[in-house]
Design a protein around this ligand. Structure first.
Ligand code: RIB
Length: 305
């Protein structure tokens, strides 16, 4: 039986434009292309875990609009269990994304139906959480719901992962004791720890601070510089595979989903990190969120160029 990963989080329709560079305040730029692509950090992580070998259930909300139908169907096409994806009146979540010629992006999200994922709604699907080996949360749904899912995951004895994205402020302090793996990027690690993070050394200081605050283990993703692991007893840097980036959208999500799938399948922590890194590296070589996420055979076939 494949390991079971449950993702509690967001589904967004990504409205993606490519432009030579990101616009400045007040500026209008001529874009090069436009596409609507299924995304949302929660759904992306669910797709990553499913393509990378796990049996996945999604807990979330979509709107009663055409985007909601498309977002749900995109997950069903990946054999993701959507019994806990509720359809609520109104608009689905959307993300406005600009990707520039250096493969960097800027994203504005509007929660829409993601805001309807309350603790009570999650409570209706408690058997889905009970069946999990690993539970993953992010921060694109209401804080109360994230807090509920983390606490329930801990009470059920599951492995609990929080990808604190997007984060611009500290987390509620009582969440930390319920987190086995906290996986922020550099800016999120800085927002959570209150420390500047702009190098491997400063990432290490922030990761250690987050462990002191109560997170079990911390993995700070550093983009092309790899990832930094800390658990209070040891710190380890994992270099990233080198690839030519086209679009970094959902690279972090691919790492989180791949890490979770690998960990749930019994890989060691270090091997699960390396597996997630290869998956994330492959994702940045293709455009879009879910379309860029590789399969297990893509990762197994990967050779460092
Ligand atoms: O992490 C990438 C995702 O962030 C996009 O798919 C977009 O929907 C936003 O949630």
């Amino acid at each position: 039986m494949p390991a079971k990963v449950v993702v509690v989080g967001s589904l967004n329709m990504d409205l993606v434009t490519r432009a030579p560079r990101l616009p400045r305040g007040g500026e209008t730029l001529i874009g090069e292309s436009f596409a609507t692509v299924s995304g949302g950090k929660g759904a992306n992580q669910a797709v990553a875990a499913a393509r990378l070998g796990a049996q996945v259930s999604m807990v979330g909300c979509v709107g009663s609009d055409a985007y909601g139908k498309e977002l749900r169907e995109a997950l069903l096409a990946e054999q993701i269990d959507c019994q806990a994806v509720s359809v609520v009146d109104g608009s689905s979540g959307v993300a406005l994304i600009v990707v520039d010629d250096n493969s960097q992006n800027a994203i504005v999200i509007v929660a829409g139906a993601n805001g309807a994922l309350t603790p009570a709604v999650i409570g209706c699907f408690d058997p889905v959480l009970q069946a999990a080996d690993v539970i993953i949360c992010q921060l694109e749904v209401p804080d109360a719901s994230v807090g509920h899912a983390l606490a329930r995951g801990r009470a059920l004895g599951k492995t609990v992962i929080l990808n604190p994205a997007p984060a611009s402020r500290p987390l509620p302090v009582d969440w930390y004791a319920n987190i086995d793996y906290l996986i922020p990027n550099e800016s999120e690690a800085s927002a959570l720890s209150g420390l500047p993070v702009d190098s491997r050394q400063s990432a290490q200081a922030a990761a250690n601070r987050l462990v002191e605050m109560g997170a079990g283990k911390v993995i700070v993703t550093l983009g092309a510089d790899g990832a930094l692991f800390a658990d209070g007893a040891r710190v380890e840097h994992f270099p990233a595979p080198s690839v030519k980036a086209v679009d970094t959208t959902a690279a972090g999500d691919t790492f989180v989903g791949g890490f979770a799938a690998a960990l749930a399948s019994g890989k060691s922590e270090a091997d699960a990190i390396r597996f997630g890194q290869v998956a994330a590296a492959l994702s940045v070589t293709c455009a879009g969120a879910q379309p860029s996420i590789p399969t297990l055979s893509d990762v197994q076939a990967f050779k460092t160029p």
